[in-house]
Design a protein around this ligand. Structure first.
Ligand code: ADP
Ligand code: MG
Length: 691
């Protein structure tokens, strides 16, 4: 057989047939190099065998035993019709029974007289308190029984490939390790203070010591791999950006006094200091020769919309078209109404939603293509192939976390290097922002408009609902309006609306004299719109809704948010919902109703939420609890799947990687590109057991 090379396909390894090759490919492993980068997720220290005579003290803890097989036989369990294989292992101090289920082939592999090392958990089973180890890991050994075992790496399971076989494949592949190029040149390795790749990889697969540093993934070997992962990301982001910057925009944007006056005229209130600062940052970007790529981050209700609208207006007055992408039709409608109010008829505004009629769609498409529609506000409908612009100068994405990377990219591709502004009300913790948006400029509105109420948050158990209802009734009598939200996933077409409709009926029965309406994502869009308008006009007292109202909705007179089964929501989602109230002068409340059977940790989460005010705090908690993948939703988490790095735990390393990426670029783009290329060539296995 030809010597094993890093690029050798796994199929050429001994023991890998078509079936296994397919299983491995499913886990993202195609070459020997991929195998080397498939890291264990834990280790078992099998160096110190226990004695059978001591097992009585070791019940329910994993032990290693080394001994000789006294007897071995296959039989069928009479009760469960299961194939059993039983062996008795004797180590001189005593003997213990081993049992495997449905593994008949073992009869060919384990024979009386064999020397066996087994690793498993002794339990008391059967009559008379006999000790048994069920389905232990096993290995034959030569040589003396008292000889030491080793530290065994445990890999996440790939199909039905036996752990031992997988381990053997990886160990075989390690022989090709000296041929793997270190993608980090010496000088960068020195700057990062990390060891070479070979030493690191070998130490991770075959450690000689399991000390605390190693187990916390802070050994030199781990630091090497983590820093490499982070550096790869940061360098790739920066290289991309550096390349973009080479190209200059063709449009020239001028902001003159006439425009400033117009802005002042249309503003219904005084901007906060934070809004002014952010607006200045954006205006500078728009006038610069480089395309803007800016994330506007601001807590719920901090007033991002007006900033976006002013930016849009500045572009429109410079004869550029502007697109604003929003996640829901309701939000599109709200933006549309608000902008029409502000701008009168001085700007040609259009909407793009999935429920447009054919005629409306035609008008929209020709209007955008020919350029007489200056501003379009739309949902995903905006992303359709047919929607083309004459000159898209600014693309804005509201609630950007609700869109995937490809969706945003689709919008951006509709212009020629458009300026890009993405906005989010789910504050992204610093650690995540750095990881995902290493290449984005960040603007933060860290101040709420004046006069905002502090929202009182309360946790109540389901059986207290009557008292909650009484309270609500009292508030309605004083003129307040109420949201009641039920946990129904909006995204899914098939989601069961029953809890909502039942909740709606229950609310109507409880509040016969009040005006109660229902809203969910699957209603026709004009129905939704009408309901929303009636709620805004104060013609509805209680709006029973799904999370369709989660983002953006702005009704100042609504002052109570009652969330049913609050324990089923994520913290950031609760924060978004809570942000729907406290927008006017009315004292506002967010009441979290939880199931009596809610788990203790779910209640802890709610308490944590009750105490935290600021969206960043909530987001940090949420991130800690759910991890980056869940926090961002799977759509965005792709870039954050590290083999070893953990952006929360290893935030310091991410910063270090970013700083080095910046200096590397500064020292010369061609070399940086070259290094980035090499780094990106390092495989990323699809799954590790951490997920
Ligand atoms: P978000 O940042 O969550 O998108 P919005 O842009 O919807 O928040 O703003 C929330 C509310 O605050 C709106 O009713 C808006 O008109 C109002 N608002 C925004 N900025 C100010 C300000 N500077 N002064 C007073 N009210 C403001
Ligand atoms: Mg908003």
């Amino acid at each position: 057989m030809a010597p094993i090379q890093p690029d050798t396909h796994v199929q050429f390894l001994k023991g890998v047939g078509e079936g296994r090759a397919q299983l491995l490919a499913g886990a993202g492993i195609e070459t020997v190099r991929d195998l080397i980068f498939f890291f264990p997720f834990r280790y078992e220290d099998r160096r110190h065998p226990s004695r059978v005579q001591d097992l009585g003290k070791l019940i329910d803890t994993p032990v290693l035993l080394r001994g000789r097989v006294n007897s071995a036989q296959a039989r069928v369990s009479p009760r469960k019709h299961m194939q059993l294989f039983e062996a008795v292992l004797d180590d001189g101090s005593g003997s213990v029974k081993l049992i495997w289920f449905n593994q008949r082939f073992l009869a060919d592999q384990i024979k009386r007289g064999d020397k066996l090392a087994v690793y498993g958990i002794p339990r008391v089973t059967g009559y008379g308190g006999a000790l048994t180890i069920e389905s232990p890991d096993w290995e034959k050994f030569e040589g003396a029984e008292e000889e030491e075992g080793s530290i065994v790496p445990i890999y996440s399971k790939i199909g039905n490939i036996a752990p031992k076989a997988l381990r053997r494949l990886i160990f075989t592949s390690l022989d090709a390790l000296p041929l793997v190029d270190d993608p980090l040149p010496d000088d960068l390795r020195e700057k990062l203070g990390v060891i070479d790749l070979h030493t690191a990889i070998r130490a991770i697969h075959q450690p000689t010591e399991l000390n605390d540093e190693f187990l916390r993934q802070r050994s030199p070997a781990h630091l090497r791999v983590i820093l490499q992962e982070f550096f790869t990301l940061q360098l790739a982001l920066r290289v991309r950006r550096a390349n973009d910057e080479v190209q200059a925009k063709t449009r020239t944007i001028v902001i003159d006094d006439r425009m400033r006056d117009e802005v002042k005229r249309i503003l219904p209130f005084k901007l906060t200091t934070a809004q002014k600062r952010v607006l200045r940052e954006i205006a500078t970007d728009l006038q610069s020769s480089k395309p803007m790529y800016r994330l506007l981050q601001g807590d719920v209700g901090s007033g991002k919309t007006i900033v976006a609208l002013i930016a849009a207006m500045l572009m429109i007055r410079n004869k550029q078209q502007v697109a604003l992408l929003a996640p829901t039709e309701i939000l599109v409608e709200q933006h549309y109404q608000r902008i029409r109010q502000l701008l009168d008829h001085s700007v040609a505004v259009a909407r793009a939603t999935g429920s447009m009629g054919a005629g409306e769609r035609r008008t929209l498409i020709s209007g955008l293509r020919e350029g007489y529609i200056q501003l379009v506000i739309g949902t995903h409908a905006l992303l359709e192939e047919r929607v083309k612009f004459q000159s898209l100068g600014l693309a804005i994405v509201d609630e950007q976390h609700r869109f995937g990377v490809e969706q945003r990219q689709k919008l951006f591709a509709k212009g020629e290097m458009p300026d890009i502004l993405v906005m989010t009300a789910t504050p992204i913790p610093r650690s995540l922002a750095l990881a995902i948006y290493g290449d984005l400029e960040l603007s933060v509105i860290d101040e709420l408009p004046p006069g905002r109420q502090r929202i009182k948050t309360a946790i109540r158990a389901a059986h207290e609902v009557d008292r909650v209802y009484d309270f609500i009734d009292g508030e309605i009598a004083k003129g307040a309006q109420i949201y009641i939200v039920y946990p129904i996933i909006e995204e899914s077409e098939k989601s069961n609306l029953k809890p909502l409709t039942l909740g709606f009926e229950k609310t109507r029965e409880r509040f016969p004299k009040r005006r109660v309406a229902m809203m969910h994502g699957r209603m026709k869009s004009d129905e939704k719109e009408e309901t929303m308008q009636r709620f805004k006009r104060g013609e509805i007292d209680i709006l029973v809704a799904t999370t369709v109202i989660e983002v953006g909705i702005d009704v100042a007179n609504a002052s109570i948010m009652l969330i049913v089964d609050a324990d089923r929501f994520g913290l950031s989602q609760l924060h978004q919902l809570r942000g729907r109230v406290g927008r006017g002068t009315r004292k506002s409340y967010c009441i979290l109703l939880h199931d009596e059977r809610a788990a203790a940790d779910a209640l802890d989460r709610l308490r944590l939420f009750e105490r935290s005010r600021d969206g960043f705090e909530v987001a940090e908690h949420d991130l800690q609890i759910r991890g980056p993948g869940e926090f961002l939703g799977t759509r965005q988490s792709g870039a954050l799947r590290f083999r070893m790095g953990n952006i929360l735990r290893d935030y310091d390393l991410m910063e270090k990687a970013r700083d080095l990426a910046i200096t590397t670029i500064d020292e010369g783009l061609p070399r940086a590109e070259d290094i980035a290329q090499k780094l990106l060539g390092v495989p990323v296995p699809a799954a590790t057991a951490k997920d």
